[in-house]
Ligand binder design. Structure first.
Ligand code: PAF
Length: 284
């Protein structure tokens, strides 16, 4: 007999979230949080499944965070698909936290968390207020839910390191777990922003990961970091990307620039196809 997986319960206030979590904590469950901005795809669902495998209670937050978008960015048109997100979470998540902007940033809200270290450079050179917006909302979500662990995707590799730094620096007793990037068959990393791509742009977009893997090969075969990075930029432009913000080979733990492959490294890139900005990264 088949029966419908149960839809997760939804709460919209921090008070209700805390009350629900207190109950499952009292029952002894390990609590895992997966923060998202909704528009859920298989990449998010794999984070939720991994969290569920380790935790007795899995909470997913869905909140399109205005603080991490610059005025010219896509906050207004960011896909909002709450009903279908909840349907995808049926049988996977126990609780959905979907606060309003007013719940997260009430009248008079005046705090912003600034991070150095891994937040410097790369994304910050092009989105200067992005990581302070992410850090502020993630700190609020973590403090609201106080989970045992929270899971973030490696797709946003710099963000993952920034959140690890944030949690260590604020002394939050929360483990940060990383989930591997889920890709389409042609290598394109799943992203809610892929929905913006036209069929032609979608074809170009697949080149991003292919070029990153070629950059990895080059540095592994002895090319200088600088020449591999400039190969990557030129290759993306010649494959139809309109502009390239960066292709950078960095220390995998600190994101500091490197001159040679002495420690684990990571190649990270951001480039625009049409009006859509895509990011990706891969281990070297
Ligand atoms: O990666 C995201 O979806 C967002 O940056 C996050 C971590 C949910 C904070 O809004």
């Amino acid at each position: 007999m088949s029966h419908m997986a149960e839809m997760p319960e939804t709460v919209t206030t921090v008070a209700a979230l805390r009350a629900r979590i207190a109950k499952v904590r009292a029952a002894g469950a390990r609590i895992g949080l997966v923060p998202t901005m909704g528009a859920l795809h298989e990449g998010h669902l794999s984070l939720v499944r991994e969290t569920r495998a380790r935790c007795g209670a899995t909470v997913v937050s869905i909140f399109v965070n205005p603080a991490q978008f610059a005025p010219h960015e896509d906050f207004a048109r960011y896909p909002r698909t709450f009903e279908s997100d909840c349907a995808k979470l049926a049988g996977l998540a126990d609780l959905v936290f979907a606060p309003s902007v007013g719940e997260m940033y009430p009248e008079g809200f005046a705090t912003r968390i600034e991070i150095g270290g891994p937040a410097l450079g790369l994304e910050s050179d092009f989105r200067p207020r992005f990581f302070s917006g992410v850090a502020t909302v993630v700190a609020k979500l973590l403090i609201a839910a106080m989970p045992d662990e929270a899971t973030f995707g490696e797709k946003d590799y710099q963000q993952l390191l920034v959140i690890r730094r944030l949690v260590a620096d604020l002394g939050l007793p929360i483990e940060i777990a990383a989930g591997e990037t889920v890709r389409e068959a042609d290598g394109l990393a799943l992203s809610s922003r892929n929905a913006y791509l036209s069929p032609q742009e979608r074809k170009t977009a697949a080149r991003l990961n292919i070029v990153l893997r070629e950059v990895v090969k080059r540095v592994q075969h002895g090319a200088s970091i600088a020449s591999a990075e400039s190969f990557g930029c030129n290759a993306l432009l010649s494959h139809g990307f309109g502009s390239v913000d960066y292709v950078a080979v960095r220390d995998a733990e600190t994101l500091a620039p490197i001159e040679a492959l002495e420690h684990p490294a990571r190649v990270l890139a951001a480039a625009r196809v049409g009006t859509t900005r895509l990011i990706d990264n891969t281990a070297v």
